[in-house]
Design a protein around this ligand. Structure first.
Ligand code: HEM
Length: 419
């Protein structure tokens, strides 16, 4: 790993080579921006060659700014797209992002309906599934005589996907199709998941359409004969009369598989990696699993910050902390950088499973878009680590994990573990 001192001018967050660097190197660069250039701007990424460039975006790296901008959703809008730094057509934003790419009042209306899938009661019902799936996946590895497997393929990846599929009532034989489509949508351009193409937009569209198609078929079945799954509830309005149209449902499903999958997958893999690299933290957690799980789960999310950034677009001219933003300016809220801000976190580069308080922004800043699935994710991560401690107490990472080359998700593609 290179340790040469960095200069702000050497940092280019738009260059994909930046994201291909070792993680620590990226953290160092983001820390430098946070200290010296908290509103630094970068060119809009080019999705395909020759595409006309839109406005530059500002990288927001201080915790206080990420929090303030997330709160001021009327000035820092999501409707021009939260998950792409490049301006995309509105239809594409809606198909892909559902409520994550909307502002109130439409956002609030859809969020009210879909929140039903995330009430404490629904979560309690889903917990049996979460425990069952975690036990099964971890059990299969424990019983595998190989003694060495890829954790991502065997546990981190199938775990959250199976939960979302069960929650929505998707038949298991569509599992591979869903996985392939989400990988393309979330690849951030990693060539392993992006088949050779000169038109990535078309690939993204096809992936979105295949998820939409699965949902349209399921919706037709559930409209004819509803069950107790979330799809039926959202379609029929069986709880309080409000419901989604089939198209709104399809787009929400795309958001769920995208938002709920790779994020939890990343947290699981990074958690195992962090415990393997910090054995004293692992011992502390293993010694009091129930007592430490709540803080450990938050620390894993802070530590790895699965989602690197979300975008906002200024709705009006605004002077913020001495910086003059113009209507139409774009900002990217860099959660991973904010989560290592020494103004907020004591020894931010220390992984501490008992860290408290831990006001991280890994699930987004406070405001209308705060992660709807945060409690589900917390439950999933807590349960899977409980199972890992129980069934694979001597689990350790072998060698270096293979990282996803993405500016958006701090993902791990492959990670060999021995037990
Ligand atoms: C460790 C796991 C997770 C992380 C780190 C994470 C992160 C985030 C972040 C940063 C946002 C904020 C978006 C913004 O402010 O623009 C968000 C929103 C969202 N997340 Fe999560 N998420 C996780 C798990 C999940 C799960 C399991 C689900 C559902 C199955 C989910 C569903 C959503 C939804 C629907 C939104 C949009 C909320 C809105 O716009 O009102 N997330 N998530």
């Amino acid at each position: 790993m290179t340790t040469a001192p960095l200069r702000v001018e050497e940092i280019d967050l738009t260059d994909e080579r930046f994201w291909a660097q070792p993680w620590q190197r990226k953290l160092d660069a983001l820390a430098l921006l946070r200290r010296e250039a908290p509103f630094a701007s970068f060119a809009e990424p080019e999705i395909f060659p020759g595409q006309p460039r839109g406005r530059d975006y500002h990288a927001i790296t201080r915790h206080a700014d990420v929090v303030a901008m997330s709160r001021q959703a009327d000035a820092f809008s999501s409707a021009q797209g939260a998950i792409s730094l490049t301006d995309l057509p509105v239809e594409l934003n809606e198909l892909y992002g559902s409520l994550i790419n909307m502002d109130d009042p439409r956002h609030a209306q859809i969020r009210r309906v879909v929140s039903r899938a995330f009430t404490p009661k629904m979560l309690a019902r889903l917990t049996d599934d979460i425990v069952e799936v975690a036990q099964q996946l971890v059990g299969e590895v424990a019983a595998d005589p190989a003694g060495e497997v890829d954790l991502v393929a065997r546990i981190s990846s199938p775990f959250p996907l199976t939960i979302i599929m069960r929650m929505m009532g998707i038949p298991t034989d569509r599992y591979d199709e869903v996985l392939r489509a989400t990988n393309i949508i979330l690849s951030g351009g990693d060539p392993e998941f992006m088949p050779e193409t000169d038109n990535p937009i078309l690939l993204f569209l096809e992936a979105g359409q295949s998820l939409r198609q699965i949902m349209l078929e399921l919706a037709a079945e559930r409209e004819a004969s509803p069950t107790d799954d979330v799809t039926s509830q959202l379609l029929t309005g069986s709880v309080d009369g409000e419901r989604l149209t089939v198209e709104e449902l399809a787009s929400f499903f795309i958001l769920l598989v995208v938002a709920g999958n790779e994020t939890t997958r990343t947290a699981t893999s990074h958690g195992v990696l962090a415990l393997s690299r910090h054995p004293e933290q692992r011992a502390a957690w293993a010694a009091d699993v129930d007592g430490v799980t709540p803080t450990a789960v938050e620390e894993i999310v802070r530590w790895c910050s699965p989602v690197q950034w979300m975008r906002r677009t200024l709705t009006r001219d605004l002077t913020y902390d001495g910086h003059e933003f113009l209507a139409g300016d774009k900002v990217a809220l860099f959660y991973g950088a904010a989560n290592r801000d020494p103004d907020v976190f004591d020894a931010p580069d220390r992984f501490d499973v008992r860290r408290s308080p831990n006001p991280h922004v890994g699930f987004g800043g406070p405001g209308p878009h705060f992660c709807l699935g945060a409690n589900l994710a917390r439950r999933e991560i807590g349960v899977v680590f409980g199972e890992l401690f129980r069934q694979l107490p001597d689990l350790e990472v072998v060698g270096e994990p293979e990282m996803l080359r993405s500016s958006f998700i701090n993902g791990i593609k492959r990670m060999t573990v021995r037990y």
